[in-house]
Write a protein that binds this ligand. Structure first.
Ligand code: NAD
Length: 261
């Protein structure tokens, strides 16, 4: 018995990183998956590999900055199965590492389109079906950055902070429809997103990230996937409006720890 047997799940940004781990985990727990990404070669190969293991997985090109793509991904899932149990709004990009006054308007709008407007649109197309069937679980990928400050990441943190707030709002609004809405705030996780940040900003970050997390390491995508599986499952039936931190203690830690002696 899988924890998600019989459930239909849509996951964005599932070709790599955290979304990939969530898709892998949810497939193994029995969910029927519809996954989207902009990296079609990787996404299709991944879906093919999961199908090879006996899972039901459909890959569909989906740029979350494009409303028509999100609509197509979610509407296909609903048309093919007559259900939608889980939506994971996961896809995002990292633009930052410099002061906010150096950000161009183009960078700002791109970041907001991919990281924030995408969440609005995912919910817009998923909610009518979930309300109709009187059940559903929406999981929005937030970030430790939505809770604490880190130089150079104001816009990224702004989008994540808005996601935290929208999550609470929707949980209250759609609770009566038995639609649960939660978020996950990962700390630093070992993914291609962070490999790119290290490439752009320097290798010193790898050591700094380890020090920032009280648990003494950065996290694994599978550790975030476990949180998503829980929130998607019936075991979390009374859990809505929460932000589940998977951050190795990062958001509880001061930036500078004074010597005790
Ligand atoms: N890695 C971390 O340390 C970390 C920490 C906190 C929060 N997060 C959040 O977790 C989520 C996943 O991050 P990740 O580290 O796995 O990223 P990643 O860059 O490693 O992977 C992201 C995936 O999304 C896809 N993608 C990028 N732009 C897209 C678009 N416009 N439409 C659809 N797909 C797109 C990429 O092709 C890739 O497959 C994001 O919401 C991110 O903000 C990550």
């Amino acid at each position: 018995m899988g924890r998600l047997d019989g459930k239909v799940a849509v996951i964005t940004g599932a070709a790599d990183g955290i979304g990939h781990a969530i898709a892998e985990g949810m497939a193994r727990e029995g969910a029927r998956l519809f996954i989207g990404d902009i990296n079609d070669a990787k996404g299709e190969a991944f879906a093919e590999a999961l199908r090879g293991e006996g899972h039901e997985v459909t890959y569909i090109h989906c740029d979350v900055a494009e409303e028509a793509d999100i609509a197509n991904l979610i509407n296909t899932a609903i048309a093919d199965t007559d259900r939608l149990d889980v939506l994971v709004n996961n896809a995002a990009i990292a633009i930052g590492g410099f002061p906010i006054h150096e950000m161009t308007n183009e960078q700002w709008h791109r970041l907001m389109a991919v990281n924030l407007t995408s969440v609005f649109r995912g919910c817009k197309y998923a909610l009518p079906q979930m309300i109709k069937q009187k059940s559903g679980s929406i999981i929005n990928m937030a970030s430790a950055q939505g809770h604490i400050g880190l130089d150079g990441w104001t816009a990224y943190a702004g989008a994540k902070g808005a996601i935290l707030s929208m999550t609470r709002q929707m949980a209250v609004e759609f609770g009566p429809d038995n639609v649960r809405v939660n978020s996950i705030s990962p700390g630093t996780i070992s993914t291609p997103m962070n490999e790119k940040v290290v490439e752009e900003l320097g290798d010193h970050l790898t050591r700094a990230w380890v020090k920032m997390h009280p648990i003494g390491r950065i996290g694994l995508p599978q550790e975030v996937a476990e949180a998503a599986i829980y929130l998607a499952s019936d075991a979390a039936g009374f859990t809505t409006g929460i932000d589940l931190k998977v951050d190795g203690g990062l958001t509880g830690a001061p930036r500078y720890v004074p010597d005790l002696v």
